[in-house]
Design a protein around this ligand. Structure first.
Ligand SMILES: NC(=O)c1ccc[n+]([C@@H]2O[C@H](COP(=O)([O-])OP(=O)(O)OC[C@H]3O[C@@H](n4cnc5c(N)ncnc54)[C@H](O)[C@@H]3O)[C@@H](O)[C@H]2O)c1
Length: 337
């Protein structure tokens, strides 16, 4: 593997490849040399680059993990495809329609394999819900509700590029992919309203919150809530609530206030994010790691990835319709692959 983007999540990728028996990190690239060198030293990575074109020319890797900010995946992915490298692209696939089409074309034309890290499919409660709905026991899905919010700190402190992206890309990509997957359907029409002001007042010029209604092609309906202004004192970074109502049953998930573990100090009550990622005897556990591991497994075995390129492309394309709706104040038909 080669890793492009040596930030927070690039380090996560490096930990997984180091542990995986079938993988090794041949090279790392960041336009900030110090960041690349820091991870190279920490993970014993031999080659360090500041230009991804040099990495593609000289590193001799089989596949690339693209872990740059949301709006900077497209050109890198196209260069990887043209260099015949397989790739694991961090979510979202891309943030413009033009980029989605350019990437799909380059990947298909070059015959390389690509997966986008829409990892919520590996979350135990969501994966179980998918299996139950797919079994048919509950009948067809009628409606779903999905709240996936972050505390304000994510936008103000964690992501230096929050104002260049959106909570819809950062978390909404997971919500929308999960809804499409569990409903086993594609959005037909979307309507979204949004609120701006709280983060702008703190110097981060990005929308606070979106409320989106989705009508699916087979008739199911869903409400999707994505924001990043949950108070910082919330016991978990994420606030996750999901429910799906089918013809003959329903499933409810509360993955953030799960009551498995709670930690209390004089300052704060915390619910550690153990379903997402944790270490057990220095090994990476949790669904955020499983998706990355799965990429290696499937690349090696030649089997289909659990997230197809079409899944990732349609998630980005439907999201762009959600942006259009929130800007125009009108429902928008989703134009998908
Ligand atoms: N799957 C998940 O749950 C999850 C979690 C966190 C982040 N992510 C995704 O991972 C990606 C990176 O997020 P992050 O939090 O690590 O961001 P980050 O800002 O910590 O790191 C991004 C790095 O990319 C580097 N970079 C930017 N342009 C580059 C270029 N042209 N060439 C080489 N390096 C370049 C930056 O210098 C920076 O070090 C985003 O798409 C984000 O949505 C996914």
């Amino acid at each position: 593997m080669a890793i492009i983007g040596a930030g927070t999540w690039g380090e996560t990728h490096a930990s997984i490849y180091r542990e995986h028996i079938l993988a090794d990190v041949a090279a790392i690239c960041d336009k900030d040399k110090e960041k690349a060198q820091h991870l190279a030293d920490k993970f014993n990575i031999a080659q360090v680059y500041t230009d991804y074109n040099d990495l593609l020319k000289y590193s001799d890797c089989d596949a690339v993990a693209i872990v740059t900010p949301d709006h900077l995946h497209a050109d890198i992915a196209i260069a990887c495809a043209n260099s015949k490298k397989h790739m694991l692209i961090e979510k979202p696939l891309a943030t413009t329609r033009e980029d989605v089409y350019r990437m799909v074309e380059a990947i298909e034309k070059n015959g390389v394999r690509a997966m986008v890290d829409l990892h919520n499919r590996w979350s135990p409660p969501f994966n179980t819900a998918k299996q139950e709905v797919a079994s048919g026991k509950l009948g067809r899905p009628v409606s779903a509700y999905y709240r996936l919010n972050d505390i304000r700190w994510v936008a103000t402190d964690m992501l230096p590029w929050a104002s260049k992206s959106s909570i819809l890309w950062f978390l909404g990509s997971h919500s929308l992919d999960t809804l499409r997957w569990i409903m086993d359907d594609e959005p037909e029409e979307v309507y979204s309203v949004s609120h701006k002001g709280v983060l702008k007042a703190e110097g981060v010029d990005t929308t606070d919150m979106y409320m989106t209604t989705i009508k699916f092609r087979k008739g199911g309906i869903a409400q999707m809530e994505n924001g990043w202004i949950t108070p910082n004192a919330n016991s978990c970074i994420n606030d996750i609530k999901f429910s799906i109502l089918c013809e003959r049953g329903k499933i409810d998930i509360d993955a953030s206030s799960h009551n498995l573990i709670q930690m209390t100090t004089d300052e704060k009550v915390t619910t550690p994010d153990i379903l997402v990622r944790n270490d057990v005897f220095s090994q990476c556990k949790g669904f955020a790691y499983e998706s990355i591991r799965s990429f290696i497994d499937k690349l090696y075995s030649g089997e289909e990835f659990y997230v197809s390129l079409k899944d990732a492309a349609n998630t980005s394309l439907a999201m762009l319709s959600i942006f259009e709706s929130s800007e125009s104040g009108m429902p928008v038909k989703a134009e998908l692959l």
